[in-house]
Design a binder for this molecule. Structure first.
Ligand SMILES: Cc1ncc(C[n+]2csc(CCOP(=O)(O)OP(=O)(O)O)c2C)c(N)n1
Ligand code: SF4
Length: 300
């Protein structure tokens, strides 16, 4: 277990990048490089990160990076892993890094294929719960009730549960994370690097521009997501489910903050009715009953 004091000093996400102020995904990127160093090859489809990395010939990434079509991140990673193997360069970690639109909607087929092939790579979905790069359209990961430009009165469908979809592929490692808990995220990345096969990490990354909150609140919003239980930190290692701190203390409902506190901080939920908030709270409580069963091995 690495502690925050042991995080390397080196920075591979360079200063002056083009993210919005307070961007959660850029914090997650910085932590990714703290965890994995520069012996990585990044594969990034169209998304906010293609803006953050900067336009050629400039870049804020001090690591090799392959931009790829929206729908092809998983397939590209499989190709690069195969090429590295032929060249005997197997100490390089291949990382697919895509937004939620590029993962739960457009990239799901290529990702599923890579997982089926047992490609030895880490796939990270950074989830800002909308198509950010193109001005905030709803994705399959946008939560119920959230405003986006294509759900002006709030999305009426629920968020896809992508980590459990990936767990159903029987890959050796699935985890959730949030950059508001940097030690948890960095240790999960380090663990994933040591495991052979396909590793999937789904990172909730608050986005002030899309979620409509003050740019200084990104870390606080991520903490509230976890403290209210709307986002749980867990790992599924070889099929075994385990809640991580601080989520492991939240099975008892009295320890969880009401979801209302999380929703109230974001203007994308401004129009929600009392009935909407109660419905969301009930769904969160049901999710936690499910986590309790998973954690006690009552169901697979
Ligand atoms: C096949 C295809 N469809 C649409 C686009 C336009 N496009 C580029 S980035 C983007 C949004 C990406 O959203 P997401 O994957 O959630 O990442 P984010 O921008 O939020 O970081 C879209 C729709 C594209 N480049 N290719
Ligand atoms: S739109 Fe959101 S995710 Fe995209 S760069 Fe801005 S803050 Fe970051």
């Amino acid at each position: 277990m690495v502690t925050i004091k042991e995080f390397p000093k080196e920075e591979y996400l360079l200063k002056g990048h083009a993210a919005c102020a307070g961007c959660g995904p850029s914090i997650a990127l910085r932590l990714l490089f703290k965890a994995l160093g520069n012996k990585v090859i990044m594969v990034v489809p169209a998304c906010c990160t293609t803006v953050i990395q900067g336009p050629y010939p400039y870049t804020s990434f001090a690591v090799p990076l392959q931009n790829m079509l929206f729908e092809a991140t998983g397939a590209t990673c499989s190709g690069i892993v195969a090429a590295l193997k032929i060249r005997g360069l197997e100490d390089i970690t291949v990382v697919g890094w895509a937004g939620d639109g590029g993962t739960v909607d457009i990239g799901i087929q290529a990702l599923s294929g890579a997982a089926e092939r047992e490609t030895n790579f880490i796939y990270i979905c950074y989830d800002n719960e909308a198509y950010g790069n193109t001005g905030l359209q709803r994705s399959g990961a946008t939560p119920y009730g959230a405003w986006t430009t294509t759900t002006p009165t709030g999305k009426r469908e629920r968020k896809k549960n992508m980590p459990l979809i990936m767990a159903a592929h029987k890959i050796p490692y699935v985890a959730t994370a949030c950059p508001s808990y940097p030690v948890d995220f960095v240790n999960k990345l380090r663990k994933a690097r040591e495991i052979r096969g396909t590793k999937y990490i789904h990172v909730l990354t608050p986005c002030p521009t899309g979620w409509r909150y003050d740019t200084s609140k990104t870390v606080e919003i991520g903490r509230l997501a976890v403290q209210t239980g709307i986002w749980a930190l867990y790992e599924i290692e070889n099929g075994r489910f385990r809640l991580n701190s601080p989520s492991d203390r939240l099975i008892d409902k009295s320890k969880r903050k009401p979801v209302r506190e999380y929703l109230a901080m974001q203007d994308r939920f401004r129009h929600l009715t009392e009935a909407d908030i109660e419905k969301i709270q009930q769904w969160v409580d049901e999710d936690w009953e499910y986590y309790r069963k998973l954690a006690s091995n009552e169901c697979v």
